[in-house]
Structures are given as structure tokens and as C-alpha cells.
Design a protein around this ligand. Structure first.
Ligand code: GLC
Length: 552
């Protein structure tokens, strides 16, 4: 792995602010660089496009921006296959562009979190290429998981693990050995028992910390350590991201030692930098292990993301999340959409069915619920994640023709994902024009005709638009003392079935998850609502699928 900077960049001065625990209630906006803004008209988003749009994010009212990978990569999995962890892929720009994004963001008081992909590298990474070239028995093969096969001629994979993208988790090389890849064959898993791997990632962390980033989102944080001997799954169900028992390749206790070491490195730097774990664990209690005081700061709450639009289910997961985080004194996190799942406006437009939905469903219903779900999320104590375009109410694009799809899991039949391109369609900035303002040269995935009406331009200043709802909510969240602060909510148990009502000091939130209006006494002065509401004679008729914030 090259230790060189591709471009000579002087270290960015770090943010020097007092300790504010900013991350405990931060709203963090996820940018998928390929689909955010294209500055050079090649049809693919880039770092300069992101830099130019930072003022939009400032105005939206988020605290930090998480950038999905922009590193040198053959893009076998949208950049989650990294060939050089210290270089920017030319399609996204240069290290100087990354430096400019970090500097400009800081000048706007926005923090930048970058993605770190330690579970696997690209098969085009220098280490892997040399390991393959050097042949069986070579020292570099120890940095990955190479094994002879089973069967008389080694023609069977070393164990029965399946790739998350479908098919076996092993690929055989012409020299007869197999290597492990929990994801695509172009993403060989690194061997975290090897000291060179651990050393290399400590160095990569320092490289980006020296560049001035404010933190890391750790990709597949639960996968780095594999059970000794790589045992067969045997009778176990094959892989599901949620709902599994601890698997021999996921959520092994050994991962925590890695994060303790990383935390010590991070704490050497000023500016309250953070780690957030992408850890798909069976329960929120297991997730809490990643955010013990000497480990990571936050972990995504995928159980919340997976919850159906149902009052009882939502309340249950809110309570278990807050209860699980309290003992380790970490903030709960809340997330509804990201680059791996069907956007929540489309999930909620369909009957409950997990995080990968193939049909458009009832768009109006989906949007109504999505707006209500967002106001609920932003009223909860802890940190919230917003995925680019959800502030526009974008649906998933469920009718992309097969020939334009790029998600590797789509090509590995029977994968449990497969349709992630639908949430990665470039976002619309303007009503008309080439790719609705995404860039001058079209867009790498086709955008639907409806994109213009959903654009930033079409929604800006329009009362009741989803964009203005997000702006108002984020402004109120900041102003209304500490909406994201604290570790608990007080439920009102007398709410009619299908309704949620909870209080925080000076504030209350009511959610109607039913498909019909419900009349209730107004618990205070309405601050914001996800659908138009009217309070008369101290009563409110809560519309179907609606959330209201109250000053109480
Ligand atoms: C994570 C990423 C996903 C990627 C996978 C493999 O789950 O979010 O996009 O495909 O890891 O790196």
C-alpha cells in the first residue's frame, strides 16, 4: 500500500472548539459522492461538486457531513472496494479537492466524517495483486484469508459461508487456492490477525486525521475478526444482516480490541473527532458494545431503520435503543435511509417487508409517512442521520432498467440486496436542465421525469414542501433547547391506539401512525407538523400519518 500522498497537501488546521460533545445530538448528513453534484460534467458526482454545495447543507441546518468513499477504486462496489486508502479516485478529484472540502466545511462550521473500509480491500489493491502474483505460500497471502479447498482436488470452497451479495463467500484462483470475500469477489477480506494489517490501518487513520477530518464511519465494523478456524455455519441460517445470532464472521468479541486501539489514536487529536460504526448486530444490546466509553462514539441503529410504520413497534425500538445506550452513556442514533436500503418514502409506501422493497407502492402515502417519521426521528434524544435527497422526499427509483444497474449484488442472483441503485440515483437541484442541475453531462443513472418537481429549486421557499419541513425541523431542533439532548423520553400512556405521544422538558411530540384522523386535546402550542393541522377550542384533529411538535 503506498505511503505517499498522491498530491502534496499541507495538513489542515484542526477545529479548535471547546469540548461540546457536539456529536451526542448531531444531525449528520450522508453524501454519496457519486450522486450528489457533478462539477465537471462527466455524469458522476465529485468532490468539487460537494464543495460548491456545502452552503446548501449549512442552510439546511445539519452539523456534519459523512462522505461515502471517494478513494482510488475500480468501483466494483461503488467505492467500497478501495485500491489505495490514501488517494482520491480521479473520478472524484484529487487530495487537494478533499482538502478544499474539509477547509470550506470547517469555515461553514460543518464537520466532515469520512468512510473507512477496513474489512476488505479491492482486489486491485497492491497487497492483493502481489499476493495473487506471488502464489500459494507467499507471505502476502497471510494478509488476506487464503485457503486450500475441500474435496479430492480442492474443488470445494474451504467452508460453507455465503457472500452477503449472494453466492459463495470464496473464489478460487487458477493456482488452486481460494480466498474469502464476504462481499463481492473484488472485495477480498483482510486478515486482522496479521500485524501488518493493523499497523496499516492505524497509519491510514492518522493520514486522514492529519488531513483534518472530524471522524470516520467504519464500514462493516462488525466483520473484521473471524472466528478461529473459520468454522462452517452448519445448521445456522445463512446470512441475514439483522436477526442473526452472532455469526463466525460477524460481531466477534475480538473486534472491540481493535476499536480500543483506534480510540486512543483519535483521542490524541483535538477537535472532538468521532467514530461511528456500521455494525449490523442481532440486537441493540450487542450494538451498545461498540460504543462503550473506550471504544467508538456512535453506532447506526439499524433496528430503528427496519421498524415498520407502527406505533407499538416504534415505541418498542425507541425504548430498547435508549435503554441499551444508557448504561454505556452513548447517544442513541436514529436513521431512516442510507445508500444500502430502499428510501423510507418508498418503504412506507408499501406493506412492511424489510429494508429492500422493489415496488413503488402508494407514493402519496409513503411521502406522508416519511415526513411524519422524520419529525419523530428528529424529536428523539441522540444523533440523527439524514441521507441525501430524503430532505426532498425522494422516492426510490424502482423501475431502473436492468442494463443500467451497477449494484454488484444485483448480478449475484439471490443476494438479499440487489436493488441498491434505486436509492443512488443522482439528486435533482433544479427544475429543468441537464440532469436537473446535478451536472452538465447527464447522470450515471437515469433520473425519473418527476425529478424536476422534487428539486431543491422547486421546493425552496415553498411552504409545506418537504425541504422546508426539514429546514424548519432542524432549525427548531437547534433552537428548542437540546431537543437531541438527554437519554430518555416520557411516554404518555393514555394515547389512543396507533398514536405515540411523548414529552421532553418544555416539548412534546405526537405521532398518528394510523391511516385515519384522530381528535385529541392539544397538549400545547403547535410548533411544526408534518401535514397541515388546525387547533380549535383546545383540540386538534391529527391527520392520518402525521407528527406534530408542541411547545409544552
Ligand atoms: C457496507 C456499505 C455497503 C457496501 C458494503 C461492503 O455495508 O454500506 O455499501 O456494499 O459495506 O463494503
Amino acid at each position: 500500500m503506498s505511503q505517499q500522498h498522491s498530491t502534496d497537501v499541507s495538513a489542515t488546521p484542526t477545529t479548535t472548539r471547546e469540548s461540546t460533545d457536539w456529536w451526542r445530538d448531531a444531525v449528520i448528513y450522508q453524501v454519496y459522492p457519486r450522486s450528489f453534484a457533478d462539477s465537471d460534467g462527466d455524469g458522476t458526482g465529485d468532490l468539487e461538486g460537494i464543495r460548491r454545495r456545502l452552503p446548501y447543507l449549512r442552510e439546511l441546518g445539519v452539523d456534519a457531513v459523512w462522505l461515502s468513499p471517494f478513494y482510488a477504486s475500480p468501483q466494483a462496489d461503488g467505492g467500497y472496494d478501495v485500491a489505495d486508502y490514501r488517494a482520491v479516485d480521479p473520478m472524484y478529484g484529487t487530495l487537494l479537492d478533499a482538502d478544499a472540502v474539509i477547509r470550506d466545511a470547517h469555515a461553514l462550521d460543518l464537520r466532515i466524517i469520512v468512510d473507512l473500509v477496513p474489512n476488505h480491500s479491492s482486489d486491485q489493491h497492491e497487497w492483493f495483486k502481489r499476493a495473487v502474483a506471488d502464489g500459494p505460500g507467499s507471505a502476502l497471502r497471510d494478509r488476506y484469508h487464503f485457503r486450500p479447498g475441500k474435496g479430492t482436488d480442492g474443488e470445494l470452497p474451504p467452508n460453507d459461508w455465503e457472500s452477503i451479495f449472494g453466492g459463495p463467500a470464496w473464489t478460487r484462483l487458477p493456482d488452486g487456492e481460494w480466498y474469502l470475500h464476504l462481499f463481492a469477489p473484488e472485495q477480498p477480506d483482510l486478515n486482522w490477525e496479521h500485524p501488518a494489517v493493523a499497523d496499516e490501518f492505524r497509519s491510514i487513520l492518522r493520514f486522514w486525521l492529519d488531513m483534518g477530518v472530524d471522524g470516520f464511519r467504519i464500514d462493516v465494523a462488525h466483520g473484521l475478526v473471524k472466528a478461529e478456524g473459520l468454522p462452517d455455519l452448519g445448521g445456522h441460517d445463512q446470512l441475514k444482516l439483522l436477526g442473526n445470532d452472532v455469526m463466525p464472521f460477524f460481531d466477534q468479541d475480538g473486534v472491540h480490541q481493535i476499536y480500543r486501539t483506534w480510540r486512543r489514536i483519535l483521542d490524541e487529536y483535538d477537535g472532538e473527532r468521532i467514530f461511528v460504526a456500521e455494525a449490523w448486530t442481532p440486537t441493540v444490546e450487542r450494538t451498545a458494545n461498540y460504543v462503550r466509553p473506550d471504544e467508538l462514539h456512535q453506532a447506526f441503529n439499524f433496528q430503528y431503520l427496519g421498524a415498520p410504520w407502527d406505533a407499538a413497534e416504534l415505541r418498542k425500538i425507541i425504548d430498547t435503543s435508549l435503554d441499551a445506550m444508557r448504561p454505556v452513556h452513548a447517544p442513541a442514533t436514529w436513521v431512516l435511509s442510507n445508500h444500502d436500503v430502499t428510501r423510507h418514502a418508498t418503504r412506507y409506501a408499501n406493506p412492511p417487508g424489510g429494508t429492500q422493497i422493489r415496488t413503488a407502492g402508494d407514493r402519496e402515502l409513503g411521502l406522508r409517512r416519511a415526513r411524519a417519521a422524520t419529525l419523530l426521528m428528529l424529536a428523539l434524544p441522540g444523533s440523527a442521520y439524514v441521507y441525501q435527497g430524503e430532505e426532498l422526499g425522494l422516492p426510490d427509483v424502482t423501475d431502473l432498467p436492468d442494463e443500467v444497474r451497477q449494484d454488484p449484488s444485483f448480478f449475484r442472483a439471490q443476494g438479499q440486496d440487489g436493488f441498491r441503485d434505486g436509492c443512488r440515483v443522482p439528486i435533482p437541484w433544479t427544475r429543468t436542465g441537464s440532469s436537473y442541475g446535478f451536472g452538465d453531462g447527464g447522470s450515471w443513472l437515469p433520473q425519473p421525469d418527476t425529478w424536476g418537481e422534487l428539486s431543491v429549486e422547486a421546493q425552496t421557499g415553498v411552504s409545506g414542501s418537504t425541504l422546508e419541513l426539514y429546514r424548519s425541523a432542524l432549525a427548531l431542533r437547534r433552537e428548542t433547547a437540546g431537543l437531541g439532548a438527554g437519554e430518555s423520553v416520557t411516554w404518555h400512556d393514555g394515547a389512543p391506539a396507533g398514536l405515540l405521544h411523548f414529552e421532553r422538558p418544555g416539548f412534546a411530540c405526537t405521532v398518528n401512525t394510523t391511516g385515519a384522523p384522530v381528535r385529541i386535546p392539544a397538549p400545547g402550542t403547535a410548533l411544526l407538523a408534518s401535514s397541515p393541522v388546525e387547533v380549535t377550542d383546545g383540540e386538534i384533529e391529527l391527520p392520518a400519518d402525521c407528527t406534530v411538535w408542541w411547545a409544552a
